[in-house]
Design a protein around this ligand. Sequence first.
Ligand code: COA
Length: 385
Amino acid sequence: MKYAHIVGWGAYLPEKVLTNDDLARMVQTSDEWIFTRTGIRERRIAGEQETTATLAFEAAARAIQVADLHPSQIDLIIVATSTPEYVFPATASQVQDYLGAVRAGAFDLAAACSGFVYGLDMAAQAIATGSIHTAVVIGAETLSRVLDWEDRGTCILFGDGAGAVALKGSSVPGGLLSSTLRSDGSGADLLTLPAVYHNPVPMLGPEYLRNGHDKNTIAMNGRQVFRFASKVVADSIAVVVKKAGLEMEDIDLIVPHQANSRIVESAAKRLKLPKEKFFLNVHRAGNTSAASIPLALCDAIAADKLKPDDNVVFVGFGGGLTWAAAVVKWQVTPPEVSFVDREWRRARYIYARGRSRLRKFGRKIGARLLGSPIPDARLRDADKK
Ligand code: COA
């Protein structure tokens, strides 16, 4: 039996800050309204040259640096996202190329704001069965590109960013102790982001469009989502703690999806836990969907909130409806990373980009020289006729 341990972590937030006061100049709202209802003060917005894949790459590169892994040692890359540039290629394949992770499989995972915990579970189970040895799980979003900036009910909530963890198999007991993954599709209409390539009418009906949701932007029934979230956060934490054979007192830290500090307060009340048990960084990053849990984890580590042998719970919830939770035994201390090591790794990624361009060029030349790949001459002749 192998145990899947988190051995590296990394976060990336774009430089541009959008404050509540900035938003108050765009829609009818105020810093006071947003902060008292959500706990958010500011969020980050991706730059023009940044994409979900570049954000994900930055977070992943930091995670494998902390894990002291060479990109060629990575077996699997999972990117949880609701804002990929393409349906295919997967964002994960772009990240694989940027990292030069030449031996890795890669795929995207769509479970909205629960996506990171889903991905963590998938990767940890693959490690536990021995099918892979290492994995990088990333949550990455550029939600600013799918917001209706005239809808004050949603545009004040979300932000851009990416977070990642590196996982490694070990015979030392610990790592992912338990998990639960859940969905209730009857609540699909409560939080939606229609795909660009098909009309959302068949699933959600004409009433959905009459409500003004006829664009490819996020739409939400805030009150219903709030009610759902407060209940499932509390319920799923209780489920995974029990599954791990632990008591609530054994839990040292809970890193919830950073949607809204009031949802967390309400869940803490249900569980009769002090709200200090929950780590929050929603004030500075807003709701970054699949990226929010690994981003908060990195801030929690930077704030010295985790030490070896601590039990930490991750809990996510969101569109689908989906929700998921996991208990992880924390076993690592952050290593010192030297300047030389950091620069050496950067150089390696420049080499990976060059290598990727060379492969593209080689493919082009090969196609010119070799012509059609169909070996059967009779088929070629038939084509000519
Ligand atoms: N600024 C000022 N007023 C706003 C506003 C804003 N940004 N957004 C909505 N309002 C107004 C509404 O128009 C409404 O006005 P009215 O009474 O004159 O009609 C009033 O505030 C109350 O609206 P309501 O939507 O009922 O507010 P709320 O108290 O439920 O708070 C949310 C709205 C979005 C903050 C809250 O529902 C929430 O946090 N829900 C969960 C959302 C979430 O976390 N989603 C992501 C899950 S992954």
